[in-house]
Design a binder for this molecule. Structure first.
Ligand code: HEM
Length: 418
């Protein structure tokens, strides 16, 4: 059978997308009573929006979708970079993805946990001497240090602030307009030339790197034709490791917010047993908005749920909406870490960092690292330090991408727990 899917009328609904943000797709799905509809976005292009577990399953079928030509220019010029893995398909994508996945071994993840603990330890000493700590700002710097140490990228003390701001501007600017967007483009240029210079030094034999680190493995990665990537694209991929580690600051801010807003659930964190910690951070990743949707293009014509998907169609998978979908989650608008107690892992129903297969598809290779860093953060907040949260505006916007508590989470009276 074939049927007409609902259409969100208008020549270009980009303004509604900007005004409704994370809820744009969910709002239309509710209005139409369907998990699929058509709209026009990003300069009037036709786009099909889909949500739910079945939608994620079809979206991550590499026979049906490709990424080439899916990411808009403003995204490639800020958060992704040109010729990044996010825009690749098929065998060449899989080949390059293997390097990213090789960086996520158990030992490597233990290393990132160790480094993150060490940085928190030093930051607590610094915070003890401060009247007021803006957690989001401090976390970005902490994570820049973590990212560079873990990836093997040398970072001079004098450049910590500037690199922090550059890496943060990359993920803060993709959906922004005006100065916030332009800061992102500038940051893209400066951070690429920083790492590009390093890659050239490494290849010229003027700089040592440690085997197993992201910098080393990407500098010497050869594609399926046996060729090194050019230094520009190599820099793009090194930044594809550094930038998202710094972006975990968004989740750290939301972890602190959840501890504050849901004292009953957070209360269970104080026990010595840390099995609840993982459930708590999983619920933070489900509940709060971060990535709104993923984009791909139809590879070849196919019929799905009565709708003709035509080669070249742009399709958006509602990530935020799928993480709040009623068919998947009981009382999706409740913050309830216990829902993760007896959940069976499914690659398509819990997708804050994408779905499907890590190696073959585009699912985030940094998902385990993100969970580990969040667990260290929660452990630090509840077991390693005392703090107060003075009156402040903790509301987070559903329009701003990425969303953040307005105050950026202010902490006072920080003292180490001994
Ligand atoms: C891809 C989210 C952290 C590296 C993705 C995707 C999402 C995502 C939604 C795209 C999935 C798709 O296109 O279908 C997040 C969030 C993070 C995070 C919310 C929290 C801060 C990280 C970390 C790293 C990382 C820590 C690396 C250390 C990447 C890379 C890709 C990716 C390289 C592209 C993968 C591909 O195209 O095959 N991430 N991510 N991310 N992420 Fe993450």
């Amino acid at each position: 059978y074939r049927e007409q899917i609902p259409i969100d009328k208008g020549l270009d609904n980009s303004l509604s997308l900007m005004m409704e943000g994370y809820r744009y797709i969910s709002n239309r799905r509710e209005k139409f009573g369907r998990d699929i509809f058509e709209t026009r976005l990003l300069g009037g292009q036709k786009a099909i929006c889909i949500a739910g577990k079945d939608a994620a399953e079809v979206f991550y079928d590499e026979e049906k979708f490709i990424r080439q030509g899916a990411a808009p220019k403003r995204v490639r010029q800020t958060i992704f970079g040109e010729k990044a893995i996010q825009t690749m398909d098929g065998a060449s994508h899989e080949h390059r993805k293997a390097v990213f996945m090789s960086l996520m071994s158990r030992e490597s993840l233990e290393e990132v946990v160790h480094i993150t603990r060490d940085e928190y330890d030093q930051f607590i000493s610094r915070w003890e001497g401060m009247d007021r700590v803006v957690l989001f700002e401090e976390s970005k710097e902490l994570l820049t240090r973590v990212a560079c140490r873990w990836a093997g990228v040398p970072l001079q003390e004098e450049e910590v602030k500037i690199r922090t701001n550059q890496l943060a501007a990359l993920f803060d600017s993709a959906a922004a307009v005006g100065p916030r967007h332009w800061r992102g483009r500038q940051a893209r240029n400066s951070s690429e030339s920083w790492i590009k210079g390093m890659i050239e030094q490494i290849r010229a034999g003027n700089m040592e790197t440690q085997e197993g680190t992201a910098l080393h493995e990407l500098a010497w990665y050869r594609d399926s034709n046996g060729k090194l990537l050019n230094s520009q694209v190599t820099a793009v991929e090194v930044i594809n490791i550094l930038r998202p580690i710094v972006a975990i600051a968004v989740y750290i801010a939301f972890c602190a917010l959840a501890i504050h807003d849901f004292p009953e659930q957070a209360g269970k964190l104080t026990s010595k047993d840390d099995s609840y910690d993982e459930m708590f951070v999983q619920e933070v990743r489900r509940y709060y908005p971060f990535f709104p949707f993923a984009a791909a293009r139809v590879k070849k014509d196919f019929l799905w749920k009565g709708h003709d998907f035509k080669k070249g169609n742009l399709v958006l998978l509602d990530i935020y909406g799928t993480n709040h979908h009623r068919d998947i989650w009981e009382r999706p608008w409740e913050f309830n870490p216990k829902r993760f107690a007896d959940r069976k892992d499914d690659p398509f129903d819990f997708i804050p960092q994408g779905g499907g297969d890590y190696h073959k598809g585009h699912r985030c290779p940094g998902e385990w690292l993100t969970i580990e860093v969040m667990k260290v953060s929660v452990d630090t907040f509840v077991r390693k330090m005392y703090y107060d949260m003075p009156k402040q505006d903790l509301n987070y916007s559903m329009m701003r991408m990425p969303s953040l508590p307005k105050s950026r989470v202010i902490l006072t009276n920080i003292k180490r727990k001994l």
